[in-house]
Design a protein around this ligand. Structure first.
Ligand code: SF4
Length: 463
């Protein structure tokens, strides 16, 4: 069976990966974990794969159509996202009409709104809710018995609805085959955090046990992978000359025992990979940060969100200021770089409260700061609450963490004010001698900082 794995083209740089999505602020694209793991699951004589990452290696829909007419895939598995669905769906419908392949999509919008998406898109054959479910291979060869992680049309014209958490417990920990790394343009992928190339993306677990209501990972149950499957994947990285990992687990320290085992594996088997990961500020110690560092981690990404305690209580109840300050201090003491994530424009925050969060970002003194718009992504509790209270319309709409802010009725700040505050945040954080000096001192990586810094300046401060 010929299967095309597609990250579709878009009008600008975009990340569609692991249920999240946003257009990009700087000059980076990382390897989409969804397609990587599906390439591993579809390994074997029964499948012939082609990978087109038309974001990393831009290709027009016309060129893709020519390719499909020529190569004749029987199945196309494509990423999509709430930031790009209108363009993605129009292009995929054309591909389907042009080559007759079955089309399946992966992404936050279809994953959490499967019935609506399948009803709205008569051309679409199905939705893959969980790309770590190895049952996909059997399903493609025998579509009569869809697993619980796939939504699709049935032979009698009905719709079978799947679930993001539909993995069978008997399959846990997940024994996911290593991706077919050689199919992806790893030499080209990078992130602003990466210190080496080629770089790939790794997912050691899916889902998050915390309950941040704005977050797409909160409704996803925590499924960890087997250590053996990670061992095989790290070996594949070594075989493919990969030097840098981007660990896209929502919370790498969600299962501390497992996190330590992974670090020990990397150390014992002398992988010498450098990497970055996201951690929750709640479960940290100096010893664990030192272990991360010894295993090759150079940067920890920490979700701070807001300084306002009322906001945290509603949207991120597991986070408090004291614990966050301690986390940044310990990470620095262990010699790790830090990246703080901050959200601008929580629906009921005032201008003063948002400015207070920007001050907080400066006080915490991370090596990098990332500011995003508040977005009520499909599938989150925040989306449900905003729809139920009538603050946003119950319709498909574009949700892009780095795009135009969504208007909430009755909000203290309108979209324009939130956009302006986002610019203020970037200007106040990055355009400071102290911050610039940090990058200059790290002169080995200065070209990377200059390249990304200029992008951020242009997109977030000037433009
Ligand atoms: S801790 Fe992070 S990943 Fe987990 S739900 Fe909260 S924001 Fe999402």
């Amino acid at each position: 069976m010929r299967v095309l794995l597609l990250n579709p083209p878009f009008t600008q740089g975009i990340i569609r990966d692991n249920y999240c999505c946003h257009t990009v602020k700087a000059d980076y694209v990382w390897a989409p974990s969804d397609l990587l793991y599906i390439s591993g699951i579809l390994r074997g004589d029964a499948f012939e794969l082609a990978v087109k990452d038309a974001v990393m290696e831009p290709e027009s829909w016309e060129r893709l159509l020519d390719f499909c007419r020529d190569w004749r895939p029987e199945v196309i598995i494509s990423l999509t996202s709430s930031a790009s669905y209108a363009e993605d769906f129009a292009g995929l419908e054309r591909l389907k009409a042009g080559c007759g392949a079955k089309v399946f999509v992966i992404g936050n919008l279809p994953s959490f709104e499967p019935r609506r998406v399948l009803e709205a898109c008569a051309w679409l054959d199905g939705i893959l809710h969980n790309f770590l479910d190895v049952k996909l291979a059997d399903f493609l060869l025998d579509p009569e018995r869809p697993p619980r992680t796939i939504s699709c049309r049935t032979a009698d014209g009905d719709i079978h609805i799947g679930d993001v958490n539909g993995i069978d417990r008997a399959d846990c920990p997940l024994d996911v085959p290593a991706p077919q790394h050689h199919l992806f343009p790893h030499a080209k992928y990078t992130t602003p955090l990466a210190l080496a190339r080629p770089q790939t993306t790794v997912l050691t677990a899916t889902g998050c046990p915390y309950t941040c209501s704005f977050c797409i990972y909160s409704p996803l149950k925590l499924f960890t992978r087997s250590l053996d499957s990670l061992r095989r994947e790290f070996d594949s990285c070594r075989d493919n000359g990969i030097k840098e990992l981007y660990v896209v687990d929502p919370t790498f320290n969600a299962d501390l025992r497992f996190m330590r085992q992974i670090c020990e594996l990397l150390i014992e088997e002398k992988h010498e990979l450098s990497w970055a990961c996201r951690i929750h500020p709640d479960r940290v110690s100096l010893e664990d940060f030192k272990l991360l560092k010894a295993a090759g981690c150079h940067t920890v990404q920490i979700g701070v969100e807001s300084r306002n305690p009322d906001t945290l209580e509603v949207f991120a109840p597991s986070k408090q200021e004291q614990q966050i300050r301690r986390c940044f201090a310990l990470a620095k003491e262990a010699g790790l770089r830090t990246l703080g994530y901050f959200i601008i424009g929580f629906p009921d925050e005032t201008r003063e409260q948002t400015l207070n969060t920007i001050d907080y970002a400066i006080e915490l003194d991370p090596f990098f700061a990332s500011f995003s718009n508040f977005m009520p992504l499909n599938g989150t509790a925040s989306n449900r609450a905003a729809v139920e209270s009538g603050r946003i319309a119950d319709a498909f709409q574009t949700f892009d963490l780095n795009g135009i802010p969504v208007e909430f009725s009755g909000s203290a700040l309108n979209g324009n004010s939130r956009e302006e505050l986002l610019r203020v945040a970037y200007r106040r954080f990055y355009v400071r001698p102290r911050q610039v000096l940090k990058y200059v001192r790290d002169y080995k990586n200065l070209p990377l900082y200059v390249k990304n810094g200029l992008h951020v300046l242009w997109h977030q401060v000037i433009n």
